[in-house]
Design a protein around this ligand. Structure first.
Ligand code: ZN
Length: 181
């Protein structure tokens, strides 16, 4: 292969970190440089997400300590009404407020292959984050997109579905849910 071809070769999906790996337990680091390297990382994350058939991916899942993730909702078997959206890159996210209303739903995770968990999430959240240019965005998210945001936000706090599903509020809420069923 010629050198030019190698340089222009499309990037490959990155290996996905699996539960048990230290990077998934760490708090992510604030992004300060909105440079080409950050854009390239986001591009590779998007590629890895699509390759793994995911609807979201956080930087720690591709062994980066930075506080960013991608959400890309689309209708799927479990959430047929999920909206189809272009991937959104979310940098340095904050959850400003969250609805008291919680909804339970099944979630999987690229880092916890083959397992699904019933997880309670806020139905609606107001969030703030920076885009790849460093500009602050503020928006309200609801339903499946809010669920993806909360799942990926957890990753940036070092929390995977394994920890989340064991949290006391999940147990309490799950029991309450059963009583209603
Ligand atoms: Zn995940």
């Amino acid at each position: 292969m010629f050198k030019d071809e190698m340089l222009q070769a499309p990037s490959q999906p990155l290996p996905i970190a699996l539960v048990g790996e230290a990077i998934l337990k760490e708090h992510a680091i604030e992004v300060r440089d909105f440079d080409t390297a950050l854009s390239q990382l986001a591009e590779q994350m998007a590629l890895s997400m699509v390759a793994a058939n995911g609807v979201g991916i956080a930087a720690p899942q591709v062994h980066s300590p930075l506080a960013l993730f991608i959400m890309a909702s689309r209708p799927n078997e479990r959430y047929p009404d999920a909206p189809l959206m272009d991937p959104v890159v979310v940098v340095n996210p904050q959850i400003l407020s969250a609805s008291a209303e919680l909804v339970s739903g099944e979630e999987g995770c690229l880092s916890v292959p083959g397992q699904r968990f019933s997880i309670w999430r806020h139905q609606t959240i107001v969030v703030r984050y920076q885009d790849l240019a460093g500009h602050w965005q503020q928006t309200e998210l609801t339903g499946f997109i809010a669920r993806i945001f909360q799942h990926e936000f957890d990753h940036l706090q070092g929390i995977t579905l394994l920890e989340r599903s064991q949290m006391p509020e999940q147990t309490v809420m799950a029991q309450a849910g059963n009583h209603q069923a």
